[in-house]
Design a binder for this molecule. Sequence first.
Ligand code: NAP
Length: 259
Amino acid sequence: MSNQGKWALVTGASSGIGESFSRLLAELGFNLVLVARDLPRLNERAAALEANFKVKTRVIAADLATDSGCKTIEDFIDANEVEVLINNAGFGINKSFLVSDIAAEQQMFDVLVRTPMRLMHAILPGMKERNSGTLINVSSVAAWMAGGTYSASKSYLTVLTESLHAELAGTNVKVSALAPGFTRTEFHQRGRMKMNGLPNFMWLDADVLVAKAWSDAQKGEAVSVPGWQYVLLSSFLRFGPRPLVRKLGMNVRVRQRNK
Ligand code: NAP
């Protein structure tokens, strides 16, 4: 079936994984709603998509850590038929919970949990009624680690995705969580994480990751873990002894931290 004229909405579309999703969806013929805070950058992305793929675009500048930013997107979803939602916006703060700024923890929680939850709640009844649509929540392999608010938020996202996937089984609505490992984007630089010790083979390419996530969602997979290295790692994180898993999570965080 043609995707022409249908709308896909991507949060965090100004860079990294969200930017890759926007390009893939435009290539598939969807019109794109691009959401993030950086308006000039979104406008640039939108112009490139229109020129390269002959699709329509809408740009919405919204801070998804705020109630009003989240409401703007909910209102858009209520007023328009959106066929694809990619809940992708996110960031990490790379500080121990014991010394972090509570406002930063709250913002991270709001972007990673509150906003995706509300957008899913806004969009899924319509998708179910139309018996059509794709929802991808960009979670993380960190969902299976013990790594502060970030991990706990990604666990929430993965578990809620699995729950909704089960609830919508037997319909044509695709619900899937993408669990990336380390992927080359602006994420680590923005979060001031030291990544120089990470071997090259552990880095994923955002375009490859996103293509796999999309195809897994269309096949009806509840959770997509691109890359053999992360299939192995996530198996250990999910099924290995919890005390060891907790220790590994702690080591990763301490190594990344800029003292
Ligand atoms: P990125 O390149 O830093 O992109 C993050 C995107 O989120 C940007 O478009 C940013 O746009 C947007 N964003 C951040 N805070 C926002 C806010 N308050 N309101 C609206 N938009 C906001 O990082 P990325 O790696 O592509 O991250 C995308 C997702 O992948 C995140 O959920 C992240 O947790 C997840 N992930 C990444 C990795 C990795 O290794 N890269 C691994 C696992 C999971 P503006 O700054 O313009 O607002």
